[in-house]
Design a protein around this ligand. Structure first.
Ligand code: SF4
Length: 212
């Protein structure tokens, strides 16, 4: 089976396993998702979800956050780690939204990655969830599962993204981004993948090999 056909067959099976793949960050607006994504660097989604209700109650939109006192923001996000750096990033991002984008979250990779604290991975989350634009979101789970499935050998996210883009048509990118991420959390664990329970073991070159 060619790699493209095999990738699509894997996604078909994973869509049955994970029919709904919502963001694990809680949000009510594009602004809230953007800020949540910035805060989620090097911490868990649960920790971000615990901190953001109070943050957004105090600063509900870009204009409010752009005018915030850093110390007040720091106190509200203290629990997510790297809070000083992250407070600077979210206030600077809010200021840029106000100054350059009329308070709205931009809809292109180019504009999103100009925002402080927003890299390609974070921008991809916004493109996928807010604008339904094709995006390959390379995080630790996605990268591990792609390598085990044999679609890339790259450790570097940019190279791995290009390898996936070369095999998979863009209309499948969002499904792959979410479902391979879910699969890495539910079966294809970093240390001991559950190949016996995995619904795509017959399509995986690493099945039962113990490879990482
Ligand atoms: S068969 Fe094993 S290594 Fe392959 S995707 Fe499934 S859990 Fe991961």
């Amino acid at each position: 089976m060619e790699d493209t056909d095999r990738f699509i067959a894997i996604l078909t099976a994973l869509t049955e396993e994970y029919p709904d793949t919502p963001s694990m960050l809680s949000y009510r607006s594009p602004f809230e998702l953007l800020i949540g994504v910035i805060l989620s660097a090097q911490t868990t989604d649960d920790q971000v979800n615990a901190a953001t209700p109070a943050l957004f109650a105090r600063f509900p939109d870009a204009a409010a956050l752009a005018a915030a006192e850093p110390a007040e923001v720091e106190a509200l996000i203290h629990s997510v780690g790297f809070f000083r750096q992250k407070a600077k990033s979210i206030v600077a991002t809010a200021q840029m939204l106000v100054d350059e984008f009329d308070g709205r979250v931009p809809d292109s990779m180019e504009d999103l990655t100009r925002l402080r604290g927003v890299g390609r991975k974070s921008a991809g989350v916004i493109l996928l969830h807010v604008y339904d634009t094709p995006a390959i979101i390379v995080d630790t789970h996605f990268g591990r599962v792609v390598r085990r499935l044999g679609f890339s050998t790259a450790a570097e996210p940019g190279r791995l993204e290009r390898d996936v883009a070369a095999v998979l048509p863009p209309e499948y990118w969002n499904s792959a981004s979410m479902r391979l991420n879910y699969h890495g959390r539910r079966f294809c664990f970093a240390r001991k993948p559950d190949c016996a329970g995995c619904p795509v073991s017959d399509l995986c070159p690493s099945a039962f090999s113990g490879s990482s």
